[in-house]
Design a binder for this molecule. Structure first.
Ligand SMILES: [Mn+2]
Length: 448
């Protein structure tokens, strides 16, 4: 759980990085239509969640940093929907500004209907304005319109003249997770591991991919994580070679592998796990050879992780292990260097089998925010960062390799927190060695 004092500290950290005489505007998400007059279930904007924990749509947070010459304190101000009996009967409870002010520990709270007038008044006299520029055309327009209204005051108005992007400030903060955030992410990982184990036990030929997806979603929701962090990928056979396959509509076949990329969202934080296992419960020889290669690449890449190391270095290790393995098994010919370097301006040969990145940040967003490079250099890892490590191997049905390799898609993905002296694998509870997977699938009736 994130406490109010942690939210307060996060807002304080933003205020510290803001320049004097400036204001920061953070907008909540709006509801999105799914069809006609029904909406998708609401999901708050991640930056807004990070700074407030406030989960209603269309709200707005202002952070004000005064001129240090003045006596005025910094301020956090929340705008939210006002109480409305009829709207609440139809569409759900609203906290309203009065209670919100106390519950969310902000200095002031106003009704959303006052937003524009108050923005004109709060922005007048500031030197700078921060917001997430370009994230929403409507928000850009609104803020520029407010500034124009201040200009229109002529001699009586002092419009801000520095328009700055908020994202570099807030996204650097979000990149380093606190102990409370790590505890939530561990819980999200635990629930997601349980879902993967349940999928392994439930899988059998003749079932459909969507039925396995249903097991996973049930496990998430039943354990209190009502949402998946992203659309689950349940991909049997060569569907696994479609990296973002989400149709989940095919029947599972006895001799295929099943790739599942699924993670829950808990209190806004994502887990992101991939496991690949045989529908029959037993790997064929060819499947096992390729699987072991991906597992070796993942294990060796994870071993390197600690503060000061880079994702680029881990990626290079995974690429080398996979490429050398593909050469040894005869899927590639030539030397390691010939297959990992661009040839005649074409991408390196290994890319036809491993075409995505090894890793991404993980947090409130499944592909979380934060810069991957600093001054164009790969940034060193730091304690509190959480990343995925997810090598893969995808042999298309028409690949120019021996028949036995074709149509095999494998990815193994864990969630790793960087610690003071190394790393912690948040998702080690989900089986991934060949023997552990086969054991859990062999014993499934007994275990269930
Ligand atoms: Mn991922």
């Amino acid at each position: 759980m994130i406490t109010q004092s942690e939210y307060l500290a996060r807002r304080q950290a933003i205020l510290e990085k803001m320049q004097d005489k400036s204001i920061c505007i953070v907008m909540a998400a709006s509801e999105k239509t799914r069809s006609n007059d029904t909406e998708y279930l609401f999901r708050q904007d991640s930056d807004f969640t990070y700074l407030t924990g406030f989960n209603e749509p269309d709200a707005c947070l202002l952070l004000i940093k005064p001129d240090p010459q003045s006596d005025s304190p910094t301020q956090s101000i929340l705008f939210c929907r006002e109480k409305n009996k009829l709207a609440e009967i139809w569409n759900g409870r609203r906290i309203g500004p009065d209670l919100a002010q106390r519950t969310y520990a902000v200095d002031q709270a106003f009704s959303l209907s006052e937003l524009e007038t108050q923005l004109v008044s709060f922005l007048d006299g500031q030197a700078g304005v921060y917001w997430s520029q370009g994230a929403s055309e409507a928000v850009d327009k609104k803020i520029l319109h407010v500034i124009q209204q201040i200009r229109n005051k002529g001699k009586l108005g002092l419009p801000p003249y520095q328009l700055m992007d908020l994202r570099p400030i807030i996204h650097e903060l979000r990149l380093i997770k606190s102990a409370a955030e790590l505890a939530i992410m561990q819980k999200a990982a635990d629930i997601s591991c349980d879902a993967h184990i349940r999928a392994m036990k439930s899988t059998q030929a003749g079932k459909f991919e969507y039925q396995i997806e249903a097991d996973i979603l049930h496990e998430f929701a039943y354990q209190g994580a009502r949402f998946a962090a992203y659309n689950s990928i349940v991909a049997g056979g060569d569907n696994a070679c479609i990296l973002h396959y989400t149709e989940n509509s095919d029947e599972l076949k006895q001799d295929d592998l099943l790739l599942i990329d699924a993670g829950c969202e808990l209190s806004g934080y994502a887990a992101d796990i991939t496991r690949t296992f045989p529908v029959s419960g037993q790997f064929s020889e060819a499947q096992a050879q390729l699987y072991q290669l991906v597992l070796n690449a993942q294990t060796q890449a994870i071993k390197t992780l600690k503060p000061g190391q880079t994702l680029a270095n881990a990626t290079q290790i995974a690429v080398d292990v996979i490429t050398q393995g593909l050469i040894d098994l005869g899927l590639l010919t030539g030397t390691l260097a010939e297959n990992t370097q661009p040839q005649d301006e074409k991408p390196p040969a290994y890319r036809q089998f491993f075409m995505h990145g090894l890793s991404h940040w993980l947090g409130l967003d499944v592909h979380d925010v934060g810069a991957y490079k600093i001054n164009k250099q790969d940034r060193p890892l730091e304690p509190g960062m959480v990343i995925t490590v997810e090598p893969g191997l995808y042999v298309a049905n028409d690949a120019d390799v021996a028949e036995k390799w074709r149509g095999i898609g494998i990815r193994i993905e864990d969630n790793i927190a960087i610690t003071a002296d190394g790393y912690l694998n948040l998702t080690q509870a989900a089986p991934k060695t060949i023997s552990d997977i086969e054991a859990i699938m062999f014993n499934k009736e007994a275990v269930k």
